[in-house]
Design a protein around this ligand. Structure first.
Ligand code: B12
Length: 493
């Protein structure tokens, strides 16, 4: 008899465990699955025991999953999947069904939130999909049991007949974020030491990432907002301060990376939070991401005094005409001005860029390089544009170029989309040239040398993972090219 009061939550690795040592994303960055940790805490408050297995932090988890299922006999297994990890999630769901007949699986996260009914239609192994915010929907499902899903908002389920798939509709509004318990970090084995922020992106260890808001009011063409949709909800400054104090006191955390899409969107909140960090110091530093429209020098100086170490800005492209096709408020001069203000306030800056957007040309890549290299940025990240299901551009992507929709490779490390007028080889070549040009600049190189004392732990990690990094710089391809994949499931069955 399965235990109806228990669920195992799993964060899949996304590919075979023996490839984890050569995955450059993993080498550089392992972050806690905060969505799962939030749900585990929420379920726990309601008397449901939720355990977490994070295969991303500890690959080779199949035997751990099997062992846990046999020992604990949970009635549900929950899987949190991006597009690239979805097939691995399906594989784990099948593994669970074999290990523990009768167990029901429920998928959540960004991929199924975008696919909705299609996730069940194309994948018979998937029992339920939670669309959007998971806390309340999952709690209701576990409390009511797998046989009575009809009235639960935010759920996709099979109504008797395997072909009769229903979506109950989105939940109204969203949870008031201050009513949520802090994520159950203690349920993440090895937290915080098993997790690592992006290399060279933090001054001190232990550190972690944190989310203090949900939703984004903007509508960029390439961004999938199926989970939290439009709008913006955030924790109050007091809640946020209490959250950081908890992380410091319970886990010794000394640096936080806020992964909010728009950390500075609510100015009053930022001012109040900074005020608290200054008045009652926690000896913690933090990074965050912001949009140029929502920062100014006074705010930046206050944030610096409160411990802000690095700020990331989505530049995406240095070609104004290209950008205008993909996002609102495109003013590259204003953006450059704001980046200078960040530096003036004494905060490190990181530029986030994309290459291969629809409309990209040799000329726009050249302009992006010229623009980025004219800015005083300390670090940058160049992602290969990937059209994710749920993003506005996905709807008509085939009109804009060639798209090979191979979900397992949709990890921003492959050019699966090639814009009209470009070739894949040329994009690869320009991608490498972009990075080479960045690293060839003496100022940038000196910045990385300075990390010897600014972030000594990053250098240790870099040296330990050197063979993996070198392999990557030689190929700029990820594990999927050279390593066995999860298995060759077709994208859509
Ligand atoms: C932190 C983060 C990571 C972390 C941790 C991921 C994780 N599972 O938490 C790491 C570093 C591992 C990561 C890796 C990648 N990421 Co990432 N990541 C994020 C980020 C910035 C925040 C996620 C987060 O913590 N959100 C806050 C929590 C509270 O929300 P949540 O995770 O969505 O969870 C809620 C709901 O989705 C739902 N839910 C989630 N899981 C489940 C499971 C069940 C059972 C249920 C019922 C509900 C449920 O309930 C949760 C609570 O309400 C998001 C952007 C964003 N703003 O969300 C991108 C994002 C999810 N990542 C993205 C990408 C592309 C990647 C990578 C492919 C790229 C890369 N090269 O690094 C890899 C994939 C690795 C993998 N195996 O999945 C894309 C995904 C797009 C897509 N369709 O696939 C996003 C949306 C960013 C973007 N706009 O492009 N990522």
């Amino acid at each position: 008899m399965l235990d109806k009061n228990k669920i195992l939550l799993v964060h899949p690795l996304g590919y075979r465990a023996d490839a984890a040592g050569t995955d450059i994303s993993r080498l550089a960055n392992i972050m806690p699955p905060l969505g799962l940790a939030s749900m585990a805490a929420y379920l726990g408050q309601r008397g449901i025991r939720a355990d977490i297995i994070d295969c991303y932090a500890r690959p080779d988890s199949d035997s751990r999953i099997r062992g846990h299922l046999l020992a604990e006999q949970p009635a549900f297994i929950g899987l949190s999947c991006t597009t690239s990890s979805f097939h691995d999630g399906v594989r784990i769901a099948e593994l669970a069904q074999q290990a523990l007949p009768g167990i029901k699986n429920v998928f959540g996260g960004v991929h199924v939130s975008a696919m909705k009914e299609q996730a069940l239609r194309d994948f018979p192994a998937v029992d339920f999909a939670v669309i959007g915010e998971g806390e309340a929907t999952l709690t209701e499902l576990v409390q009511r049991g797998a046989d009575d899903p009809a009235g639960i908002k935010g759920l996709v389920y099979r109504d008797g007949d395997a072909r009769n798939i229903r979506f109950t509709g989105h939940r109204d509004g969203g949870i008031a974020l201050d009513t949520l318990p802090f994520p159950a970090y203690e349920k993440l084995p090895g937290f915080p030491d098993a997790y690592r922020l992006p290399i060279f992106n933090y001054p001190r260890v232990p550190n972690t990432s944190c989310i203090s808001s949900r939703g984004c009011p903007y509508a960029c063409s390439y961004c999938d907002r199926s989970v939290f949709r439009r709008g913006f909800r955030c924790n109050s400054a007091e809640y946020l301060y209490a959250h950081l104090r908890y992380l410091k006191e319970r886990f010794g955390i000394r640096h936080i990376n806020f992964y909010d899409d728009q950390f500075t969107f609510n100015r009053a909140r930022v001012e109040e939070f900074a005020g608290l960090m200054i008045e009652r110091p926690l000896d913690m530093t933090f990074n965050c991401a912001a949009r140029a429209e929502h920062i100014d020098l006074d705010m930046l100086r206050l944030m610096k005094a409160a411990g802000c170490w690095m700020m990331s800005l989505g530049i995406e492209s240095g070609d104004e005409r290209l950008l205008a096709q993909h996002r609102q408020n495109v003013h590259l001069d204003l953006l450059a001005e704001k980046i200078r203000l960040i530096k003036q306030a004494g905060i490190r800056t990181k530029g986030l860029l994309m290459i291969g957007l629809p409309g990209e040309t040799e000329g726009s890549i050249r302009r992006s390089m010229d623009y980025v290299f004219s800015l005083p940025i300390d670090d940058f990240n160049l992602a290969k544009f990937t059209p994710f299901p749920g993003s506005p551009i996905y709807e008509h992507i085939h009109e804009l170029g060639e798209f090979d929709e191979d979900w397992e490779k949709m990890d921003c490390m492959h050019f699966l989309f090639v814009p009209k007028g470009m070739s894949r080889d040329r994009l690869e070549e320009r991608f490498k040239a972009f990075y080479r040009a960045h690293f060839a600049r003496p100022k940038v190189l000196w910045g990385y040398v300075a990390m010897l004392w600014r972030s000594p732990d990053s250098w240790l990690r870099f040296l330990r993972g050197l063979s993996g990094f070198l392999r990557y710089t030689r190929t700029t391809q990820r594990y999927t090219e050279s390593q066995p994949r999860v298995r060759s499931l077709r994208t859509r069955q």
